[in-house]
Design a protein around this ligand. Structure first.
Ligand code: 5AD
Ligand code: SF4
Length: 496
């Protein structure tokens, strides 16, 4: 089993969660059920899918037994993610037996990886749709209604769904995910994502700022900008507005005389630091988070931008994967141990209060005990606030599957994993305890899971904070909380 220390972007408690839509304006009398697995990007995609089908008049249901269309948005990252989906499909079989007209669709990464093979392997599946083909869903459902089975797994170089405003589902009305780019060009040798999500492309900066502004106006107070590698965000287009703000003006590049882009004479190039700043400027009361950063691409410019704006949260998820340079090399991560340490040192220098989390893989092909110790010593060096830790799982079609044998015995992978999990628990507790006696600015998200007498919310550093309800403050407002106690995952305190 994969082990993880709490984090919000890849939330284990949300795996398999079903989306519930608000009632649609013009119902077509059919009901949609959709549930999601995998990363935050997948959950965000399900909101896009729900939005496309709401346009067609589909209402949603939280019970697949009542649904006319049942969708499962899947993940391929490790084998166990796929096993989970196969088991879930078995549970849908009974419902389809009772209601043979039910359309069963597989969406997302596993659909993209297996393509039409899915239809052969899983007889109950009617439609297979990859992450770049969601606009085609109404047609595909029509084909299935006409008695065919349907597949669209075309990947795109352009699709960013920029113009689709996602319906926010199962939302607390306070935090939202906003996708800023799709795909990945990195080709880490262990990773299936470049094959399931295609080439990297950035979404129009104006549409991102517009979506975040709209969220803020609707009462949301925190946006998390999502991408597989946010540091390589880059978008160029016509100047942002007729009256650009000073930040936007700073970004405008005047084209050399003689060039003409269909009448447009100025283009704007926006990198990730610029985008962060543009979103931060929407309002000081809008918190900005982002995920995932890549050690090879994260720049000092991004770090200075985080330091400059109070509302850009002091929290960076910076996956290390391994602490050993040879292993990093065969993982094709394109950085060394020293480079990674240099980036950590830069974060500590420029944003001294910054929390850092990471992803680690144990037992990658040919990893020796000595090399594993380098990962352990990296954890000692950084003392991460959180970590996701995984045993290497070979994925068909990846560079590692083609080039290297998956030669580390399961028991060794497991014991290395246990070692780093124990280490991380120690450091999570250490980081939490360091906050005792300090005052945290907390965005109230709602009542705590355990009691309606307590509120919960996140600190700037992304720690969960629990404190007694004070009627003067409502979810969506900021309060200062002094930390009195902690567990390894939660700060406990009271409003001051
Ligand atoms: N096996 C184990 N873990 C993996 N990850 C990605 N691919 C694999 C794999 N084949 C982990 C990496 C990545 C996180 C999202 O999942 O640590 O950062
Ligand atoms: Fe997300 Fe990767 Fe899983 Fe696809 S394979 S859902 S990109 S974690």
């Amino acid at each position: 089993m994969d082990l993880l220390i709490q984090d919000k972007v890849h939330d284990e408690s949300r795996q398999g969660e079903a989306l519930i839509l608000e009632p649609v304006v013009k119902s077509n009398g059919r009901k949609l059920y959709i549930e999601s697995y995998g990363c935050a990007m997948n959950f965000s995609d399900s909101e896009i899918v729900a939005s496309i089908l709401a346009e067609q008049g589909f209402e949603t249901t939280s019970d697949f037994n009542n649904a006319d269309v049942v969708f499962i948005n899947t993940c391929s990252i490790r084998e166990n993610a796929e096993v989970r989906v196969r088991n879930r499909l078995k549970e849908f079989a009974g419902a389809k037996f009772k209601n043979p007209g039910m359309v069963v669709g597989v969406l997302g990464c596993m659909a993209e990886r297996l393509k039409a093979k899915f239809l052969e392997e899983e007889k109950l599946v009617d439609v297979v749709v990859g992450p770049d083909a969601y606009r085609d869903l109404p047609n595909l459902i029509e084909q299935v209604d006409g008695g065919q089975r349907a597949v669209n797994v075309l990947l795109s170089r352009e699709e960013t769904y920029a113009d689709i405003s996602p319906v926010r589902l199962n939302s607390n009305g306070i935090n939202a995910f906003v996708s800023i780019m799709r795909g990945c060009d990195n080709m880490c040798s262990f990773c299936v994502v470049p094959f399931t999500r295609g080439r990297e492309r950035s979404r129009d900066a104006q549409s991102i700022v517009a979506e975040c502004t709209d969220l803020f106006n609707k009462g949301y107070r925190e946006v998390t900008l999502l991408g597989q590698n946010v540091d390589s965000y880059k978008w160029s287009g016509p100047s942002l507005s007729p009256n650009p703000s000073p930040v936007e003006r700073g970004l405008v590049e005047v084209l050399p005389t003689g060039e003409n882009l269909g009448g447009v004479t100025e283009i704007t190039t926006v990198n990730f630091a610029n985008l962060l700043e543009m979103v931060a400027l929407i309002s000081p009361d809008l918190r900005v988070r982002f995920s995932t950063s890549h050690p090879k691409d994260i720049t000092d410019e991004v770090l200075y931008t985080i330091a400059q704006y109070d509302n850009i949260c002091n929290y960076i998820h910076l996956p290390v994967q391994s602490g050993n340079t040879r292993v990093l090399d065969i993982m094709n991560r394109t950085y060394t141990r020293e480079w990674y340490i240099n980036r950590i040192d830069a974060i500590r220098r420029i944003i001294p209060e910054c929390a850092i989390s990471t992803d680690v893989i144990t037992g990658f092909c040919t990893e020796t005990d000595e090399e594993h110790k380098d990962t352990v010593s990296m954890m000692d060096y950084v003392k991460y606030d959180f970590a996701y830790m995984f045993k290497y799982s070979e994925r068909p079609g990846t560079l590692a599957a083609k080039r290297y044998a998956d030669d580390i015995p399961e028991a060794v992978k497991q014991s290395r994993l246990q070692e780093i999990v124990a280490k991380q628990q120690q450091y999570s507790l250490y980081r939490m305890q360091a906050r005792i006696g300090r005052v945290e600015k907390v965005l109230i998200e709602g009542f705590s899971k355990k009691s309606n007498n307590d509120y919960c919310g996140r600190s700037d550093q992304n720690a969960m904070v629990i404190f007694p309800v004070n009627e003067k403050y409502k979810p969506g407002e900021y309060v200062n909380v002094v930390v009195e106690r902690t567990t390894s995952a939660t700060l406990i305190g009271r409003i001051v």
